[in-house]
Ligand binder design. Structure first.
Ligand code: SF4
Ligand code: SF4
Length: 237
């Protein structure tokens, strides 16, 4: 899931200054799990903002709606009419949700980010999330015992640890496990230490062209036809 953290209240208040009618738009998926942007957090933020503006004697209407996912057109479309009634929407989804909601609304609404999006990660234990994948587009977990060298090694090294690791800890931060020690231990457990003998080529980070796009095979012809239609229309203009 995507892990994010709410922006400081003063930063949010500053963003909202020019707008009178504001909607706090929650997202009921990843950011709800990491307790940053779900329905409960949207309600708390609404109350906090309303109280803060009242104390400043500034009149503002602040409402809230939460949809299941702000990265899915169908959920945004369902509340589109309501969303367009506000001067600004403070989205507390990840950066994807903020951008995509703005796109679905035709770029005609002010969308503001209420969160800072941090990483893709997992719930290590209640209240603790940790990064596990950097979305490199060329997964090597089969060669590293299921531990990601790109993410778990602070330097994203591909062929073993640097000389700075000590007692299993990382040179960059001594409290953190060295990613390559974790890889070694996992491969040892799996009886696959042989995999370490293969030299891996430097990672081609250019493999993912940004912004990355994936079209499922089942949709490729449809999309190509649609693109052709749009191109023909453009030419006829
Ligand atoms: S908008 Fe972001 S936080 Fe919400 S479901 Fe999609 S990816 Fe997760
Ligand atoms: S190698 Fe690491 S960063 Fe790349 S896709 Fe696999 S888990 Fe993600």
């Amino acid at each position: 899931m995507i892990v994010a953290k709410r922006k400081p209240i003063d930063e949010i208040k500053e963003m909202l200054k020019p707008y009178n009618k504001v909607l706090v738009l929650g997202c009921g998926s990843c950011v709800a799990i990491c307790m940053a942007g779900g329905e409960k957090e949207a309600g708390l933020l609404q109350t906090e903002l309303q109280m803060a503006f009242d104390m400043d004697k500034v009149q503002k209407q602040i409402d809230t709606i939460t949809i299941l996912r702000q990265c899915d057109r169908e959920y945004i479309e369902e509340v589109k009419d309501k969303l367009t009634q506000y001067d600004a929407i403070l989205s507390i989804a990840c950066g994807v949700g903020v951008q995509f909601t703005a796109e679905v609304l035709g770029g005609e609404k002010v969308l503001l980010p209420g969160l800072n999006t941090n990483f893709m990660g997992a719930t290590i234990q209640p209240g603790i999330w940790m990064e596990r994948c950097l979305g490199c587009g060329d997964c090597v977990l089969d060669e590293t015992g299921g531990v990601c060298p790109v993410t778990m090694c602070s330097k994203s090294l591909m062929n073993g640890p640097c000389g700075g690791h000590e007692k299993g800890k990382c040179e960059v931060e001594r409290t953190r496990d060295c990613g390559w020690v974790l890889i070694y231990k996992r491969l040892e457990k799996l009886g696959k230490l042989d995999l370490l003998k293969e030299i891996k080529l430097p990672k081609n980070y250019g493999a993912v062209k940004r912004p990355a796009t994936i079209i499922h095979e089942a949709y490729q012809t449809v999309t190509t036809e649609k693109q052709k239609d749009e191109e023909t229309k453009e030419l006829k203009k």
